[in-house]
Design a protein around this ligand. Structure first.
Ligand code: SAM
Ligand code: SF4
Length: 335
């Protein structure tokens, strides 16, 4: 493999708007053990066959090339990444790539309790765990799986394993968890957890459902402020979140308003889907095939050209608020 550009050098991966792309989100599977209302239909979606999914070796090879272009931070996602076997091998391989500085994971946490220590030992730096409610019945209704206890055990295991910071992703849903948002934010008073409230995006199989349940984050913030005054704060990898803390809080509270406050001008990421497509934007159907070239023996220069092609396709901003239909559901993009 050739040399990689050091952080001091200008990243080659900069798009036409000057956005420096140093972050790659990698979906390792489209499969999931849950069926969240805003993400997947109850019956699931047809799974991609094993052979259609990028192997860990292919992912590592492609990231190696990305690191030469300035990719520095990686996030593994899905589907549910913990349903794919041997994830520690992938983590070890990715962390060994020169230039890769940070590796994080997004998970629903339900399979995490048994794996957190091994993931940390393999090189995982930090984790985001999705949790939309503290109520057992409501959790079962939202995820279509009665497993709040497992998710909570996963959160505890992540804290014990030192996967710091442990972030909690909470999708705010009008009429579903709106009455609980203050309680979820209050977790940061008791635990070193970093809660991030996210507006529901029309990327599931039922766009009308998402529109009906959208709770703008200005409203979420008002509800959260009933716990106490929020003061500006920072947390590692806060990206597009506005971050605060309560006085005496052990963790922070963040707000990610993808719909009501567009932050595309600061977008620093590309996405690699489990079936080997490089996506310049979560909300766009544009994608560049990576699997074909990888499997037909493309050389380093040809693989670099795929990153550049994806960058050239990166839209200046998303049009999520126009609620158009998309080819892929969230579990297939890697949220
Ligand atoms: N299965 C893992 C999980 O749930 O954390 C990782 C994949 S999931 C697609 C990644 C994140 O996307 C989760 O935090 C989930 O809540 C969020 N998500 C999924 N569908 C969404 C939607 N329609 N709007 C907003 N966030 C969504
Ligand atoms: Fe699965 Fe995550 Fe989608 Fe829920 S949000 S169905 S846990 S991929």
């Amino acid at each position: 493999m050739g040399g990689f550009c050091s952080p001091e050098e200008e990243a080659i991966v900069e798009d036409k708007l000057g956005r420096r792309i140093d972050y790659l989100r990698i979906s390792v599977t489209d499969r999931c053990n849950l069926r969240c209302l805003y993400c997947m239909p109850a019956e699931g979606v047809p799974s991609i066959s094993h052979g259609e999914i990028l192997s860990y070796e292919e992912i590592i090879h492609f990231v190696h090339v990305g690191a030469q272009l300035g990719i520095r931070r990686l996030r593994l996602t899905g589907g549910e990444p913990l349903v794919r076997g041997g994830l520690t091998d992938l983590i070890r391989g990715l962390k060994a790539i020169p230039g890769i500085e940070e590796l994080s994971l997004t998970s629903n946490g339900t399979l995490l309790a048994a794996q957190a220590g091994k993931l940390k030992a393999a090189g995982l730096d930090r984790i985001n765990i999705s949790l939309d409610t503290l109520d057992k019945e409501k959790y079962a209704a939202i995820t279509r799986c009665d497993c709040l206890g497992d998710a909570w055990a996963g959160i505890q295991a992540a804290l014990e394993a030192g996967l710091a910071p442990v972030k909690i992703n909470t999708v705010a849903l009008r009429g579903i968890n709106g009455d609980e948002l203050a309680d979820i934010a209050a977790l940061t008073l008791k635990y070193p957890l970093h809660v991030r409230f996210i507006e529901v995006m029309p990327l599931g199989d039922d766009v009308d459902w998402a529109c009906r349940h959208l709770l703008p984050l200005t409203e979420v913030k008002t509800r959260v402020e009933t716990v106490g005054k929020l003061v500006p704060a920072t947390v590692t990898g806060s990206g597009p979140a506005q971050v605060y803390r309560f006085a005496g809080g052990l963790g922070t509270v963040g707000f990610i308003a993808a719909l009501s406050h567009n932050f595309c001008q600061h977008c620093n990421r590309l996405r690699l889907t489990a079936d080997g497509k490089l996506k310049p934007c979560l909300a766009s159907d544009l994608e560049v095939d990576v699997k074909g070239p990888l499997r037909s023996g493309a050389d380093e220069e040809e693989l670099q050209a795929l990153y550049r092609r994806a960058l050239a396709l990166k839209p200046s901003r998303h049009r999520l608020e126009q609620y158009q239909e998309h080819q892929r559901l969230m579990n297939q993009i890697g949220g």
